[in-house]
Design a protein around this ligand. Structure first.
Ligand code: RB5
Length: 149
Protein backbone atom coordinates (compact mmCIF):
# COMPACT_ATOMS: atom_id res chain seq x y z
CA UNK A 1 0.00 0.00 0.00
CA UNK A 2 1.18 3.54 -0.75
CA UNK A 3 -0.12 6.19 1.64
CA UNK A 4 -0.47 9.65 0.13
CA UNK A 5 -0.81 13.05 1.74
CA UNK A 6 -0.36 16.68 0.80
CA UNK A 7 -1.21 20.19 1.82
CA UNK A 8 -2.79 22.70 -0.60
CA UNK A 9 0.59 23.45 -2.21
CA UNK A 10 1.14 19.77 -2.94
CA UNK A 11 -2.44 18.92 -3.86
CA UNK A 12 -2.05 19.08 -7.65
CA UNK A 13 1.14 17.05 -7.67
CA UNK A 14 -0.50 14.47 -5.40
CA UNK A 15 -3.38 14.15 -7.89
CA UNK A 16 -0.91 13.54 -10.71
CA UNK A 17 0.88 10.93 -8.58
CA UNK A 18 -2.46 9.15 -8.12
CA UNK A 19 -2.89 9.01 -11.93
CA UNK A 20 0.59 7.57 -12.26
CA UNK A 21 0.03 4.90 -9.60
CA UNK A 22 -3.33 3.96 -11.14
CA UNK A 23 -1.71 3.51 -14.56
CA UNK A 24 0.78 1.14 -12.94
CA UNK A 25 -2.01 -0.76 -11.17
CA UNK A 26 -0.64 0.12 -7.71
CA UNK A 27 -2.85 0.44 -4.65
CA UNK A 28 -2.82 3.71 -2.72
CA UNK A 29 -4.74 5.35 0.09
CA UNK A 30 -5.20 9.11 -0.24
CA UNK A 31 -5.31 10.73 3.21
CA UNK A 32 -5.91 14.25 1.88
CA UNK A 33 -5.98 17.12 1.49
CA UNK A 34 -8.69 17.15 -1.13
CA UNK A 35 -8.61 20.71 -2.47
CA UNK A 36 -6.51 23.84 -2.96
CA UNK A 37 -7.91 25.35 0.25
CA UNK A 38 -5.11 26.29 2.65
CA UNK A 39 -4.33 23.66 5.30
CA UNK A 40 -1.41 22.89 7.64
CA UNK A 41 1.07 20.35 6.32
CA UNK A 42 1.95 18.77 9.73
CA UNK A 43 -1.62 17.41 9.99
CA UNK A 44 -1.13 15.39 6.80
CA UNK A 45 2.44 14.40 7.65
CA UNK A 46 1.13 12.86 10.88
CA UNK A 47 -1.75 11.02 9.17
CA UNK A 48 0.58 9.40 6.64
CA UNK A 49 3.35 8.70 9.15
CA UNK A 50 0.94 6.90 11.49
CA UNK A 51 -0.34 4.72 8.65
CA UNK A 52 3.21 3.85 7.56
CA UNK A 53 4.19 2.91 11.13
CA UNK A 54 1.05 0.81 11.57
CA UNK A 55 1.61 -1.08 8.33
CA UNK A 56 3.55 -4.34 8.53
CA UNK A 57 4.09 -4.93 4.79
CA UNK A 58 7.67 -3.82 4.13
CA UNK A 59 6.79 -2.80 0.56
CA UNK A 60 4.39 -0.17 1.87
CA UNK A 61 5.55 3.41 2.09
CA UNK A 62 4.27 6.97 2.14
CA UNK A 63 4.47 9.94 -0.21
CA UNK A 64 4.01 13.45 1.19
CA UNK A 65 3.85 16.60 -0.91
CA UNK A 66 3.94 20.22 0.22
CA UNK A 67 5.29 23.30 -1.56
CA UNK A 68 8.93 22.31 -1.21
CA UNK A 69 8.76 18.91 0.49
CA UNK A 70 10.77 20.38 3.38
CA UNK A 71 7.96 20.92 5.89
CA UNK A 72 6.55 17.46 5.26
CA UNK A 73 10.01 15.94 5.71
CA UNK A 74 10.62 17.76 8.99
CA UNK A 75 7.18 16.93 10.41
CA UNK A 76 7.10 13.26 9.38
CA UNK A 77 10.58 12.65 10.82
CA UNK A 78 9.27 13.60 14.28
CA UNK A 79 7.38 10.29 14.35
CA UNK A 80 9.48 7.43 15.77
CA UNK A 81 10.36 4.91 13.10
CA UNK A 82 9.81 7.26 10.19
CA UNK A 83 12.65 7.89 7.78
CA UNK A 84 11.27 10.54 5.46
CA UNK A 85 13.48 11.67 2.57
CA UNK A 86 13.05 14.72 0.38
CA UNK A 87 14.06 13.62 -3.10
CA UNK A 88 14.83 15.93 -6.00
CA UNK A 89 16.30 13.66 -8.67
CA UNK A 90 16.58 9.99 -9.53
CA UNK A 91 19.84 9.59 -7.63
CA UNK A 92 18.40 10.85 -4.33
CA UNK A 93 15.31 8.67 -4.88
CA UNK A 94 17.53 5.62 -5.40
CA UNK A 95 19.82 6.13 -2.41
CA UNK A 96 16.90 7.09 -0.16
CA UNK A 97 15.97 3.40 -0.47
CA UNK A 98 19.41 1.80 -0.89
CA UNK A 99 21.18 3.59 1.98
CA UNK A 100 18.49 5.13 4.19
CA UNK A 101 15.69 2.60 3.79
CA UNK A 102 13.33 5.57 3.67
CA UNK A 103 9.72 4.75 4.37
CA UNK A 104 8.33 8.10 3.23
CA UNK A 105 9.29 10.13 0.17
CA UNK A 106 8.62 13.84 0.27
CA UNK A 107 8.29 15.97 -2.83
CA UNK A 108 7.84 19.65 -3.59
CA UNK A 109 4.72 20.53 -5.49
CA UNK A 110 6.27 23.89 -6.41
CA UNK A 111 9.65 22.43 -7.37
CA UNK A 112 8.87 19.11 -9.05
CA UNK A 113 6.90 18.41 -12.21
CA UNK A 114 4.49 15.47 -12.47
CA UNK A 115 6.84 13.73 -14.91
CA UNK A 116 9.80 14.17 -12.57
CA UNK A 117 7.80 12.97 -9.56
CA UNK A 118 6.72 9.83 -11.43
CA UNK A 119 10.33 9.08 -12.37
CA UNK A 120 11.55 9.52 -8.77
CA UNK A 121 8.78 7.32 -7.38
CA UNK A 122 9.50 4.60 -9.95
CA UNK A 123 13.20 4.75 -9.15
CA UNK A 124 12.53 4.49 -5.41
CA UNK A 125 10.21 1.52 -5.91
CA UNK A 126 12.64 -0.35 -8.15
CA UNK A 127 15.55 0.13 -5.72
CA UNK A 128 16.40 -2.18 -2.85
CA UNK A 129 17.67 -1.44 0.64
CA UNK A 130 21.31 -2.61 0.72
CA UNK A 131 21.47 -3.45 4.47
CA UNK A 132 25.13 -4.28 5.36
CA UNK A 133 26.95 -1.20 6.61
CA UNK A 134 23.71 0.79 6.55
CA UNK A 135 22.08 -1.37 9.23
CA UNK A 136 24.33 -0.05 11.97
CA UNK A 137 23.69 3.55 10.89
CA UNK A 138 19.94 3.07 10.84
CA UNK A 139 20.00 1.49 14.29
CA UNK A 140 21.93 4.57 15.47
CA UNK A 141 19.05 6.71 14.18
CA UNK A 142 16.66 4.56 16.23
CA UNK A 143 18.97 5.17 19.21
CA UNK A 144 18.63 8.93 18.76
CA UNK A 145 14.85 8.53 18.94
CA UNK A 146 15.20 7.03 22.43
CA UNK A 147 17.28 9.91 23.89
CA UNK A 148 15.58 12.05 26.54
CA UNK A 149 16.49 15.72 26.94
C1 RB5 B 1 2.72 26.45 2.07
O1 RB5 B 1 2.69 27.76 1.57
C2 RB5 B 1 4.16 25.99 2.22
O2 RB5 B 1 4.79 26.68 3.26
C3 RB5 B 1 4.22 24.50 2.48
O3 RB5 B 1 3.55 23.83 1.47
C4 RB5 B 1 5.58 23.84 2.53
O4 RB5 B 1 6.34 24.18 1.40
C5 RB5 B 1 6.35 23.94 3.75
O5 RB5 B 1 7.44 23.39 3.88
Amino acid sequence: MIFLGSDHAGFELKESIKDHLEKKGLKYLDLGTDSLKSVDYPDYALKVAEKVIGEKDENSFGILVCGTGIGMEIAANKVNGIRAALVHDEYTAEVAKEHNNANILTLGGRTTTPTEASRYIDKFMSSKYEEGRHENRISKISGIEKLKY
